[in-house]
Design a binder for this molecule. Sequence first.
Ligand SMILES: Cc1cc2nc3c(=O)[nH]c(=O)nc-3n(C[C@H](O)[C@H](O)[C@H](O)COP(=O)(O)OP(=O)(O)OC[C@H]3O[C@@H](n4cnc5c(N)ncnc54)[C@H](O)[C@@H]3O)c2cc1C
Length: 285
Amino acid sequence: MKQNITLLGAGLVGSLLAILLQKRGYQVSVIERRGDMRKTTVSAGRSINLAMSVRGWAGLELADLRKEIEEIAIPMFGREIHPVEGNTIFQYYGKNKEAIYSVSRGELNKKLIELAEQNGVQFIFNKRILDVDIDTNTLTIEDTLTKEVSIDKNHELIIASDGAFSALRNAYTKKDRYNYNQFYIEHGYKELHIPAGPNSSFLMEKNALHIWPRKKLYAYCTSKYRWLIYLYAFLSFRRQSILYFFKNQRGNYRFLYYSISGCHCIDANIHRRLFTKSYFILSYC
Ligand SMILES: Cc1cc2nc3c(=O)[nH]c(=O)nc-3n(C[C@H](O)[C@H](O)[C@H](O)COP(=O)(O)OP(=O)(O)OC[C@H]3O[C@@H](n4cnc5c(N)ncnc54)[C@H](O)[C@@H]3O)c2cc1C
């Protein structure tokens, strides 16, 4: 008889892996701390459009999802660089119309969960893994709605797909002779939306990854289907004092506008959000 497998985390990796394992005949359960994203909206600022390359498509092909995702993917044939001086430069990704694709992470994740469920995967939402006893495959789980904590011993094989701050990896760090490094990147990021223009038009070149490389600020944006443009601003945490300074100086607001020149549709509201919303951290290990 095939094993039961428990995956921790129903993100892109967890939901795709669940499909592949279930197709191989395993009985897969996925425990996810968030609610079912098909029923709730993705929390603001965390939706992040993905720029998907050939590796992403290869994964989707394994799950027979390529065709479906192609319908909501926007090809980006190159980078449109916005220098401080003004004139943009378009850098093609290849000679033969090669492209990376702008895809909504939320939509992609929902489709993967949907397909996994259709294949028999069981999803358990609103359950946060607090700890894993590696020797006995025991999970300490918090219900994120009731805050109730329970101990669950019924797991044959556990696989971590719970992202950058994995609870399972955290449990390993308490074991002898387990080496592990984690680094925080100097920059934090936030996501802003540039709404559609008149008649639902894109306000910038749709088929490009727009980049504003700056010393203190790096911003890029991708198009989302439905004419929305996502703008991601990356700022150094070490520059908090400068950020604060910007916040209080009208002149520096203008500097920022200048910094993201070419983004002619940026409005006062976006400026305000750039300074008032807190930044998400980035780490790697
Ligand atoms: C700003 C930014 C931009 C990016 N842009 C791109 C891009 O353009 N193209 C690209 O290919 N990649 C991009 N990435 C990387 C991509 O997002 C990751 O590689 C991908 O999300 C990893 O998927 P994952 O499923 O491993 O982790 P995640 O997407 O982080 O999913 C982990 C899941 O586990 C759940 N979870 C976490 N902890 C627990 C717990 N204790 N208990 C239960 N559940 C838990 C979470 O709620 C989540 O659903 C970007 C990342 C960032 C941060």
